[in-house]
Design a protein around this ligand. Structure first.
Ligand code: GDP
Ligand code: GDP
Length: 438
């Protein structure tokens, strides 16, 4: 499914002209499915390097009921329901009309992202005339001339801001999942790696661009997927000088974290989760990686209930940013429980990659705003308008609105935790980008 962009605006502002300009050819594809809206133009094109579906709502006005506003409302509602982004066009030559204002007012109450486009700005005073559009409260207008092609590059840039990133190579089943195994010295990383590899051990040659003695390990896990262990340096500790061990393994973990998609944090269950383990977990979170905790040496733990309780207490108290982190108790040495590790890794990976469609995201967002209004900042209301998910890996939610960047910490947490719960993303780092619009 391509991201959908709808072009809206009252009649004659230049919607069709802009549509043709963006599609890059004069004839727009006409979709005249019988019984559905007639005269609806849509085309697939590329904007800002992204494949998108573009909808032109020009002409729909005539098909709908009575008043101008009623007509625009009906056609626009249909388009807005489908759109991931709206280009709202005004005509600076005609100046803002009551129709434009009513339309803008309505759009501001919708939860769809809007890029405001001031059209017909060619000529000496055009850019100046575009300033009037600020009054609409839809952010900075992008000044263009659809007819002459001015400002189209800027329009691409503005659109790029709001489009989700192109899905990556992750859909390629041949591409291995990049895994890091991190943890303190003696937590059991090497033992675990051997248990995971089983008979499938395969050491491949030096990685291009990496140091000569850095080898990559690749294997196929029982879930059937390929796995590549990134940066094994931290695992080959036998070659290291004892006293430097601790430092090095942290450094190696950091390097591995930058390369990986999912990190297995190996924790020695006999010792419990300590400050150093927490530091590694926080590093993984900061790097935006999905994390699975392997609670190792389970075979040697006497009071398992107590060990598990202590772990949960530490995680709750000290690792809120990875709430719900999956924990797999296992014994790397005996192999018990190891079979549950890769399925947990795959699941964390899937969540980490997950993208929520704009419509669904905004239904959630509206419910969150209704339950708790954003607080005041310096005595003024913070008005949040809509959310988008510009990227996954890790899941990133962008929130747009007036003074959004002033949103206090506890409200940010409320949104992040709400998102995690609503979309079932335990243990996944979640990024919140706040974008203030004027
Ligand atoms: P729509 O009803 O919103 O689809 O508007 P159209 O695309 O049909 O354009 C309405 C009129 O505005 C046409 O006469 C266009 O030639 C004209 N127009 C469109 N873009 C521009 C522009 O950038 N500058 C000027 N001067 N006229 C434009
Ligand atoms: P690394 O430094 O993290 O790579 O840890 P190693 O894999 O070298 O293991 C450190 C020590 O813990 C070794 O003596 C292992 O035999 C021991 N060990 C590793 N996994 C287990 C386990 O599941 N149970 C027990 N009882 N000992 C383990």
């Amino acid at each position: 499914m391509l991201p959908t962009i709808a072009i809206l605006g009252r009649p004659n502002v230049g919607k069709s002209t802009l549509f043709n300009r963006l599609v890059g050819r004069k004839i727009a594809i006409v979709d005249d499915t019988p019984g559905v809206t007639r005269d609806r133009k849509e085309a697939e094109t590329r904007i800002a390097g992204r494949a998108v579906r573009l909808l032109d709502t020009a002409g729909l006005e005539e098909a709908a009921p009575e008043t101008i506003q009623g007509r625009m409302r009906a056609s626009s509602e249909a388009a807005v329901r489908e759109a991931d982004l709206v280009l709202f066009i005004v005509d600076v030559r005609a100046g803002l009309t009551p129709s434009d204002r009513a339309f803008a007012e309505w759009l501001r109450r919708q939860t769809v992202p809007v890029v405001l486009v001031a059209n017909k700005t060619e000529g000496r005073l055009g850019g100046y005339a575009a300033m009037e559009a600020y009054e609409l409260g839809l952010g900075d207008p992008v000044a263009v001339s659809a007819e002459h092609g001015d400002g189209i590059g800027e329009l691409h840039d503005a659109v790029r801001e709001h489009l989700p990133e192109e899905p990556e190579e992750r859909d390629d089943p041949e591409r291995p999942l990049r895994l890091a195994i991190i943890g303190r010295p003696n937590a059991g990383k090497s033992t675990l790696l051997n248990a995971l590899l089983g008979e499938e051990r395969m050491i491949t040659g030096p990685e291009p661009g990496l140091t000569r003695d850095s080898v990559a390990v690749e294997w196929t896990d029982p879930t059937g997927g390929k796995v590549r262990l990134v940066d094994t340096a931290g695992l080959r500790k036998r070659a290291r000088i004892e006293q430097a061990l601790e430092k090095m393994s942290t450094a190696a973990s950091i390097a591995a974290l930058k390369e990986c998609e999912v990190a297995i944090l190996v924790v020695d269950a006999l010792q419990g989760m300590d400050e150093q383990d927490l530091r590694l977990a926080r590093l993984a979170e900061r790097e935006g990686r999905a994390v699975v905790l392997a609670f190792n040496k389970w075979d040697a733990v006497e009071d398992r209930a107590a060990a598990r309780r202590r772990l949960d207490d530490v995680l709750t108290a000290s690792l809120a940013q990875l709430r719900g982190l999956p924990v797999v108790p296992l014994s790397a040495q005996t192999g018990r429980g190891v079979e549950r590790l890769m399925p947990a890794v795959r699941e964390a990976y899937a969540l980490w990659n997950r993208r929520i469609p704009t419509g669904e995201l905004n239904r959630w967002f509206e419910a969150m705003l209704t339950r708790h209004q954003p607080p005041l900042a310096d005595g003024r209301r913070i008005k949040l308008r809509y959310a988008t998910m510009p990227k996954a890996r890790p899941p990133t939610v962008a929130i747009f609105g007036t003074r959004a960047e002033q949103l206090p910490e506890d409200y940010r947490r409320y949104l992040v935790n709400g998102f995690r719960e609503a979309f079932g993303m335990p243990g996944v780092p979640i990024r919140l980008n706040l974008r203030g619009t004027s």
